[in-house]
Design a protein around this ligand. Structure first.
Ligand code: SAH
Length: 380
């Protein structure tokens, strides 16, 4: 006869707001804490199609958050809220319209609901862009948390701090309801690394390189400082190489940069090689726009970057193109971008999602490994 099972802790009931393609859900699944997403909410039909493909059993509410009543949320009996509110109102290069931006409306509604949620969620994790930390929306969030009896930590980290060769500096806030044991907001500083469990003000060592000053251009419109910074990043053994994240057989016809792009934008491309230990943040415009939307890969082992770029401007268009093409520059595939964003191999796009849409939803998403580590700190 088998003995009766011991009392088991029921899985945490998680509400995933602004669920997109489910970056938070993947992070939750890998953080090692038993949990179930009881509802995911997003208005984007493409993102929802991808979410449903990957999590067919999760209730997905394809409607706007501000249209959902308090009672509907309360029926879920939520333990945890995970959310990535729209970041456009807070981005460095945007208009920074903050709380007056229409896209912040739903977030303010969430803050309004917070004191009325019953039972109050025990844990909250929020992700947003750099810039959010100095917004009125952040102040409203912190005020609501204080009023509802939460303690919280604010953290700014990039995937490089978990050994992934991709920059994606993001703001995170993790909060626990006061019934939980969590020594936080004793300090008002934003941590620039993962908090160590026992001591809230102490950080694990960060590998994010500090901002470098500008200087005269060398070649390819890069200053000596920028080149130096990249060299340093490429020599940091705590970060893995790009080649660990690449697909074995990539259809070059589909991913090589077209001649027009090479001729027009060669000087502003961020180019990395498989042995590099860095890449820039992939944004939603990757594959459509060039400047600052993500790195491209130099796949030809023989061609030397410096030799290709030196004196390039003096050549005819035809000669320039010929030289640039020796680098065999290609875009990272969506699968490779997903790998660099920490998505597990089980993550899949439904076949009918076009390439540009794949880049777009990935660009809106988050680094799964980073969030998973934060969830471990928050929930365990
Ligand atoms: N963390 C997600 C992405 C968040 S991006 C991921 O891993 O993919 C912000 C998301 O919020 C977008 O998918 C957008 O469609 C959604 N969104 C924006 N405003 C919304 C609203 N009012 N109600 C519901 N979803 C909204």
């Amino acid at each position: 006869m088998s003995s009766a099972p011991g009392p088991s802790v029921p899985p945490l009931r998680v509400l995933e707001l602004y669920s997109g393609i489910g970056g938070m859900h993947f992070a939750l699944n890998s953080c090692g804490v038993p949990a179930e997403v009881v509802a995911a909410v997003d208005i984007n039909t493409t993102a929802n199609h991808i979410y449903a493909h990957n999590f067919p059993l999760t209730p997905l509410w394809g409607k706007s958050i501000e249209g959902i009543q308090l009672g509907d949320f309360n029926q879920l009996s939520i333990d945890v809220i995970l959310m990535s509110p729209p970041c456009q109102p807070f981005t460095r290069l945007g208009l920074k319209r903050d709380v007056v931006d229409q896209r912040t409306k739903s977030f303010l509604y969430v803050l309004e609901l917070l004191p009325r949620l019953s039972p109050p969620p025990r844990f909250i994790l929020l992700e947003n862009v750099k810039g959010f930390e100095e917004s009125c929306a952040r102040n409203a969030l912190v005020e609501a948390l204080d009023q509802c009896g939460y303690s919280y930590k604010e953290i700014m980290v990039s995937p490089t701090s978990v050994g992934i060769p991709n920059s994606r500096l993001r703001y995170f806030l993790i909060a626990k309801h006061s019934d939980e044991d969590f020594c936080a907001n004793a300090h008002s500083k934003i941590l620039e690394c993962f908090p160590v469990h026992a001591e809230p003000g102490v950080c694990e060592q960060s590998t994010e390189a500090p901002h470098q000053p500008q200087g005269p251009f060398l070649y390819k419109l890069e200053t000596a400082e920028e080149v130096q910074k990249k060299l340093q990043q490429n020599q940091d053994p705590s970060i893995r190489q790009i080649q660990d994240f690449l697909e074995p057989n990539v259809d070059l016809d589909q991913y090589l940069l077209p001649p027009k792009t090479l001729l027009r934008y060669a000087n502003i491309l961020d180019i990395v090689r498989p042995i590099c230990r860095r890449s820039i943040c992939f944004t939603k415009g990757y594959g459509r726009y060039v400047e600052g939307t993500g790195s491209v890969l130099h796949t030809s082992p023989k061609a030397q970057m410096e030799a290709v770029f030196r004196g390039l401007a003096e050549l005819s268009e035809e000669q320039r193109l010929e030289r640039l093409q020796t680098l065999s520059l290609r875009y990272f595939t969506p699968r490779e971008v997903a790998n660099l964003m920490g998505f597990p191999l089980t993550f899949e796009f439904p076949e009918d999602v076009p390439l540009k849409q794949r880049y777009k939803v990935l660009g809106n998403s988050l680094n799964v490994v980073v969030v998973s580590k934060l969830l471990q700190i928050l929930l365990s």
